[in-house]
Each structure stands twice: as C-alpha cells, then as structure tokens.
Design a protein around this ligand. Structure first.
Ligand SMILES: C[S@@+](CC[C@H](N)C(=O)[O-])C[C@H]1O[C@@H](n2cnc3c(N)ncnc32)[C@H](O)[C@@H]1O
Length: 320
C-alpha cells in the first residue's frame, strides 16, 4: 500500500496541519499536547514505513516542513525550561528532571557513550558538541555521568542559547570548569576542530539533507584523521520528526555503526571515524567500506541485552 495512504501517515498529516496553523510554537498546553501526540504517533517501530520511498511531493514537502517546525518548537522548549531551571538559587543542575525529556536524554547519552566505548580504545579528553542549545543536556549528562575527566566544548549559532546554557552550569563546581561555550555557525568553526577526539553533531544542525551534508563535509575537512563523529539520525516513522543521515552522506568517514532504538529514545545514533587514522587494521576496512555501495551494511536485528524490544543495529563491513 502506498505510504501516503497509510493510516498512521494520515494521522501525522492531520497533526501537521494543526501544528502548522498554530500562532506560536512556544510551550503552551495546546502546543505541548499536539507535539506529544505527534511524538507518540511516530514512536512505533513495528511499521515498514520508509520515508525515502514516499513519492507524493505533497507528503515530502509536509515532512521537510514538519521537521523544521519540530526543530523550532524544540528550541523554544529548551529556552523556556533553561530559563526556569537557571533561575533556581542553588545549583540548577539539581533540577534538570523538570525538563520533560530529561529521561530521554539520560537514555540517549548512555546509548551514545556505549557506542563510543565500543569503538574507541581511550577515554576522550576533549569533545566538541555542535548545536548544544539552551539546554545542553547531552553534554551535561556525558560530563556528569560518563566522562568525569573530559572537557566539552559546546558550539551554538545562537548567543542567547549559550548565555542560558552557561548559566545552567555556572554554579556547578565541576561542570563550570569542564563545559566551554562558543557562539558560531558550525560552518565558520575552522581552527581547532582538529583538537577534538570526538565531535557530536546535533540532529537540529542541518535540518534538510543539503545543509546536513554541508555540515558533515565541513567537519570532514577540519576534524583530525581518526577522530570520531557522532551524529543523530532517524528511522521509520521517526523520520517525520528528524532528518535522516545515510552512510552515503559521510564521505571521508568510515561508518562504524548505526543504532535504531526501539524505545522512547527518538533519535537513531550514527558513529563514524574520519579516514586516515593511525590504526592499520581499521584503514584496510575503511577503504573497503567507503568504496562499497551504500547498501554495504548488514542489518542485524538483535535482542538488546538490556531487555529492550528488538533494536536495529547496522554494523558496516565489506560484503562477503
Ligand atoms: C535545541 S538544541 C538540541 C540539542 C540538545 N540540547 C542536546 O543536548 O542534544 C539544537 C541547537 O542547534 C543550534 N544550531 C542550529 N544550526 C546550527 C549551526 N549551523 N551551527 C551551530 N549551531 C546550530 C540551534 O541554535 C539550537 O540551539
């Protein structure tokens, strides 16, 4: 059945028309309800919906506009809660649980940390997070719970986002030292990008394929050979909320793995390594993988050891 006739897609189109008619995307009962319904409509993973196979131009245009609306609303939501949490007299980091999606970030950051640990042999000393936002929860969770000796440089195009974010960590004796903020468009960040062991690229940096690839190409040009790039993508219905990063978008990188969660962590995670690193073994595999066509991935459906429902992990290796 054509995807656009799918009942769930029809529900998404209906929610899109309500959201796109909203006066404002700033948090309110109505905005929260609509986006809550949208997220829960897009969460199920037991569908065979592949947005890349949608041919109806209207649905394709709807999807690209909906992704932008979601990004705008996410920015307002972070701004709103960062202002509230930052206004506490004591350490604002004691109140992060007030943010409605805090638990999702705890799970997403743990997932990203686990993938990082699986593919790197040493603890990163310096990480860059591109698109950190007014609520830099990924950086905060990584620094607080997983990487106690790592410095995280947060880059955001929006100076107000950085003002709110640095206020959040300013009264924390540890993170006020290890969280640094830079206001710049990623495309203008050149010097120094080669000093990071790991670079994260937020889902909202590059809201369409063209700008996402532009950001990736820029990072490929300035990152150190062998450094790791962590990106966020989307799979199935969740690709109505966030842009997809394909292995083909990552020229100059070895794609190590793509993880599609099946719980309420919305984003898929992509981990890649910039070519030209030192490990011999890796380089031979790197060449094979980069030269191989995009479908060089083998999809393994695995029962996740943590008892989650079947998740999807794509390990990249040369086709036998
Ligand atoms: C809302 S945050 C989401 C990230 C989330 N706070 C986290 O911890 O994973 C995404 C941020 O990306 C920033 N952004 C978008 N495009 C960018 C660009 N080209 N360069 C730098 N930052 C960008 C936006 O200003 C926004 O604050």
């Amino acid at each position: 059945m054509a995807c656009e006739n799918n009942l769930v897609v029809k529900q998404i189109i209906d929610l899109y028309s309500q959201i796109s008619n909203l006066e404002s995307l700033k948090p309110s009962k109505n905005v929260d309800t609509l986006f809550g319904q949208l997220v829960s409509t897009c969460l199920p993973t037991d569908t065979d919906i592949d947005v890349t196979k949608i041919h109806d131009e209207k649905v394709k245009d709807m999807r690209s506009h909906l992704i932008k609306l979601c990004g705008e609303a996410e920015g307002y939501l972070e701004q709103y809660f960062s202002t509230i949490i930052g206004s506490f007299e004591d350490n604002p980091l004691n109140h992060l649980h007030i943010f409605p999606y805090y638990n999702n970030y705890l799970k997403l950051s743990k997932l990203e940390f686990d993938l990082l640990a699986q593919h790197t042999s040493h603890v990163p000393t310096k990480i860059a997070f591109i698109g950190s936002g007014p609520m830099p929860l990924t950086s905060i969770v990584l620094a607080k719970f997983h990487l106690p000796n790592t410095t995280i440089h947060n880059f955001d195009i929006d100076s107000q986002a950085n003002t709110l974010a640095s206020n959040l960590v300013s009264r924390d004796p540890d993170l006020s030292e290890r969280m640094i903020f830079h206001t710049t468009d990623v495309l203008n960040a050149k010097e120094g990008l080669d000093q990071y062991d790991v670079v994260f690229l937020a889902a909202l940096v590059g809201m369409d394929k063209e700008s996402k690839v532009k950001a990736i190409e820029h990072l490929e040009k300035h990152m150190a050979p062998g450094a790791v790039l962590m990106l966020r993508s989307a799979h199935g219905l969740r690709a109505f909320l966030y842009p997809i990063v394909d292995s083909c978008d990552l020229k100059g990188f070895e794609v190590l793995s793509i993880f599609h969660p099946s719980d309420d962590v919305v984003n898929s995670v992509v981990i890649a390594r910039k070519l030209g690193g030192s490990s011999e073994a890796g380089s031979s595999q790197i060449e094979r993988c980069v030269i191989m066509p995009c479908n060089c991935s083998k999809i393994h459906a695995i029962m996740n050891s943590r008892g989650m429902k079947k998740s999807m992990i794509e390990e990249f290796s040369a086709i036998e």
